[in-house]
Ligand binder design. Structure first.
Ligand SMILES: [Zn+2]
Ligand SMILES: [Zn+2]
Length: 317
């Protein structure tokens, strides 16, 4: 994994003036990791690895890691402060996001705050206006030295920079180690269950392999693509409830797969609002989960829908 995601240590020597606008360069290690994961994910179609319970498990694991880790922790909590949790729960949810291999919280939140400020205009890290592939995943393994400077982090994520937990995860790419550790744990659990319940060693090993491929590899690739689909598909295809200054769209199938993040035009109209479904039928299970936590006293200060600063389009309630 490249060190491109590392935050320069405050006080360290910065780049020479001549290197302040270098050409973006490929993060080879990250690209190699992404390609390897995609190739490994294809093994899920082999008869030895395929299983219908593996397919069904994606519903649960996507909710735990994708919806709670990325949608709720990385996005609505850390980026937009749309809700508050006890610190221990915030950490647990954040670590679920780290286990999605979508970068450190510092890196993810910085990019997303820049996206909201410059959405579909110059400086947007991942607008599909450049090209659909760029908006989907071309941008994630390109190191933009201008954007990934210490000054950019200080400007966009001073709150997370002040938190030793986030600095620890980010420096030296320790978030990657957390990802690898969780992958090993899930694989070990799969093999342990296999040897406990199966009659033969061959059956036990097969179960361990299946748990690893479906519980780690396929789930990582699946969550990655549906997260990225918000940046690509939901900035090009779908309907708009609000006249925003970007190309954001409400895309129903992205919303269903991501448990709510696809109502992206709503989100751009009211970024701090915790619920991304604004009409009664715009299902947002991530927000339903927040409501459940609120009922048992684990969530508070949930930011309500506020879109007064945007002109609503005709027909929107
Ligand atoms: Zn957007
Ligand atoms: Zn956002």
């Amino acid at each position: 994994m490249s060190s491109a995601f590392s935050v320069p240590v405050p006080g360290s020597v910065g780049p020479a003036p001549a290197a302040r606008h270098p050409k973006p360069k490929l993060i080879g290690g990250f690209l190699a990791a992404i390609i390897t994961l995609h190739l490994l994910a294809l093994t899920a179609f082999l008869p030895y690895v395929f299983s219908w319970w593996g397919v069904a498990s994606l519903l649960v694991t996507n909710f735990i890691f994708g919806s709670i880790g990325i949608n709720l922790a990385y996005h609505r909590l850390l980026t937009h402060r749309a809700v508050e949790f006890p610190l221990w729960l915030e950490r647990v949810f954040t670590l679920c996001g780290v286990c999605c291999l979508e970068g450190s919280p510092l890196w993810w939140v910085m990019n997303h705050r820049v996206h909201h400020q410059k959405s579909d205009h110059d400086g947007d890290p991942h607008s599909p206006r450049e090209s659909f592939f760029w908006g989907h995943m071309g941008w994630i393994y390109i190191h933009d030295a201008e954007r990934y400077r210490l000054a950019t982090y200080e400007k966009y994520v001073p709150d997370l920079m002040a938190d030793p937990f986030h600095r620890w995860l980010h420096r030296g790419n320790k978030w990657v180690l957390v990802y690898l550790a969780h992958a090993l744990l899930i694989a070990a659990a799969g093999f342990a269950v296999g040897f406990a319940v199966m009659d033969t060693t061959a059956e036990a090993v097969r179960l361990g392999v299946q748990v690893f491929v479906w519980g780690v590899v396929v789930r990582t690739v699946y969550v990655l693509h549906i997260s990225l689909a918000v940046n690509s598909f939901a900035h090009r295809f779908g309907y708009r409830n609000y006249e925003t200054t970007d190309e954001s769209r409400n895309n129903w199938w992205v919303a269903l797969l991501t448990n709510g993040e696809g109502w992206h035009n709503n989100h751009h109209a009211a970024p701090r609002t915790c619920s991304q479904g604004h009409r009664w039928w715009e299902l947002d299970l991530t927000f339903t989960f927040v409501r459940a936590l609120e009922l048992v006293g684990l969530a508070k200060n949930v930011v309500p829908v506020k879109v007064a600063s945007y002109k609503q389009m005709g027909g929107a309630e």
